[in-house]
Ligand binder design. Structure first.
Ligand code: ADQ
Length: 486
């Protein structure tokens, strides 16, 4: 429950994927596995504390989606958890394999993700994928009605579900509907490429509130709204800015700082950090942690590392680069191509620069536990977070939270939403290989007092702008919207 408008209300979060995905083992039993990604990292602690409900796809592909009955399952039934952290329930949506292809792979990840991250050459226009997207979004809206009551807080997450507010508003005219966009909202020139821009805009205008990470995204959005109003007027459909009831706000998402900080001080995590450093056999460990995605700039980062070794050959054997990559969207062609490219670049660089027992890059393609991740962050003297475009990026905030020793240098892309808040990083243009090479070299050579002072400042900022303050700000905006519209 969350406290809003003077009373306790149930929080229902709706996103494409649930934080767990299900598969059936050889004995026919359901087996649940934890997923990874920014939305899960951010929303899970909130739902646990609020004892809320999370509605989404469980990863199961069915041959036919009949009128489904949506049941609630408490995650404590299949997931070990710390009692102090609370619990929440999940409700599952089913998808057919055609819907996975069209709604999820083609439209959401192929068209929208690429376009909204400014990779318009990778984005494509496919009307049948759009129809599937609308059909699945309508199913989500019906499922929300099935599991909720009118005074629940419905909070729809991200670009997979842009059309849900439109369908839900038709079914529930009085429902409070909130939306949060986790990716950038692009410039109007990019957004205009979408033939369905008006439908998406009109759906967002069915919400009570819509939140974004960065003021530039809101500026872009305002430009599209102004253009939309002008178009409506030219069609003699009267609409004015004052008639728009949706409250748009900026609130950069964050992390559970205290949990990561506490974990980084646990003796077994510190012991693991020391083991990692010892195994690396080098004075410095550099770390990259990413969901595999072309927007994360992994390939460009590796090329930057290669150039650093070319320019500064004395850096051989002085560091060890650990690249952790969590698998993602493996059925989308561009992701499979990227994986192959990364494999090749890693092989080439290691082949070129390895000496005796030393190889510059260790590449781990898989999921690691929370404790292992914190130990890796703590071991890393430098973190490379160099996305070509990122709505926010939580890895850089996790890295800062894990450095309870006040050490470590963060190299951060100018095109990550997080750069607006994290001023004491080493900023980098991720499109410039040379800039990356120099940033890595400078990070490795930063004098200790400067490094500690910068890390302290970054920590105090993220400590106060954590996931709790983010939630409270969102709730205040829900309240403000209500006050504005009554
Ligand atoms: P993502 O694109 O998924 O999120 P990000 O914010 O960096 O990106 O979050 C990735 C998460 O996955 C982190 O919490 C990280 O710890 C975890 N992770 C990565 N690799 C892992 C591994 N191998 N094992 C375990 N965990 C791993 C989207 C947007 C972002 C935005 C978030 C939240 O694209 O811009 O910050 O949503 O709004």
């Amino acid at each position: 429950m969350v406290f809003l408008k003077g009373k306790e209300r149930r929080l229902i979060v709706v996103s494409n994927r649930l934080p767990f995905y299900k598969h059936i083992d050889e004995n026919g039993n359901d087996v649940w596995k934890k997923g990874a990604g920014g939305l899960i990292t951010a929303m899970e602690p909130i739902l646990r504390k609020a004892n809320g409900v999370w509605l989404g796809w469980d990863g199961v592909v069915t041959s036919d989606v009949a009128e489904q009955k949506v049941d609630l399952i408490n995650v404590s039934e299949f997931c070990m958890q710390d009692e102090n952290e609370g619990s929440y329930s999940i409700a599952c949506i089913e998808l057919t394999s055609e819907e996975v292809d069209k709604y999820y792979n083609a439209f959401s990840n192929g068209t929208l993700w690429a376009l909204f991250h400014y990779f318009f050459e990778k984005s494509f226009i496919d009307y049948s994928a759009w129809r599937s997207y609308c059909k699945v979004n309508e199913r989500f809206a019906k499922a929300i009605c099935e599991i909720s009551q009118e005074d629940d807080i419905i909070w729809i997450q991200d670009f997979h579900l842009f059309m849900v507010p439109y369908y839900l508003r038709k079914l529930r005219p009085k429902q409070e509907i909130h939306f949060f966009l986790h990716i950038p909202f692009p410039h109007i020139d990019i957004f205009s490429i979408l033939p369905w821009q008006r439908q998406i805009l009109e759906s967002l205008l069915c919400c009570d509130t819509c939140g974004m990470h960065h003021k530039q995204y809101l500026r872009n959005f305002n430009d599209t709204i102004i253009h939309y109003i002008r178009e409506m007027k030219s069609e003699n459909k009267m609409i004015r800015k004052e008639d728009i009831k949706t409250f748009f706000y900026v609130n950069p998402i964050s992390i559970d700082f205290d949990k990561i900080d506490r974990t980084s001080r646990r003796p077994e995590v510190i012991k693991r950090k020391e083991e990692i450093l010892q195994q690396s056999g080098c004075p410095d460990l550099i770390l990259g942690v990413d969901r595999i995605d072309y927007s994360k700039g992994i390939r460009e980062r590796l090329l930057g590392l290669e150039m650093m070794l070319e320019i500064y050959p004395e850096m051989k054997e002085q560091f060890f680069y650990y690249q952790l990559v969590v698998p993602s969207r493996e059925d989308v062609t561009s992701y499979a191509v990227l994986k192959k490219e990364i494999d090749e670049v890693v092989g080439r660089i290691n082949g070129r620069f390895s000496t005796g027992l030393w190889a510059p890059i260790h590449y781990n393609y898989g999921f690691v536990s929370f404790e292992e991740l914190v130990a890796l962050y703590l071991a890393a003297g430098v973190a490379l977070v160099t996305p070509l475009r990122d709505g926010m990026n939580l890895v850089c905030k996790e890295y800062i939270a894990a450095h309870s020793d006040n050490e470590g240098v963060l190299v951060l892309s100018k095109f990550a939403g997080a750069i607006a808040e994290i001023k004491n990083c080493v900023p980098v243009n991720p499109y410039s290989i040379e800039d990356i090479a120099n940033a890595i070299y400078n990070a490795l050579h930063m004098p200790k007092p400067i490094m500690r002072s910068k890390m302290c400042k970054m920590r105090s900022n993220i400590r106060t702008h954590n996931i709790d303050t983010w939630l409270q700000n969102c709730l205040s905006n829900f309240q403000r919207a209500k006050d504005q519209n009554t």
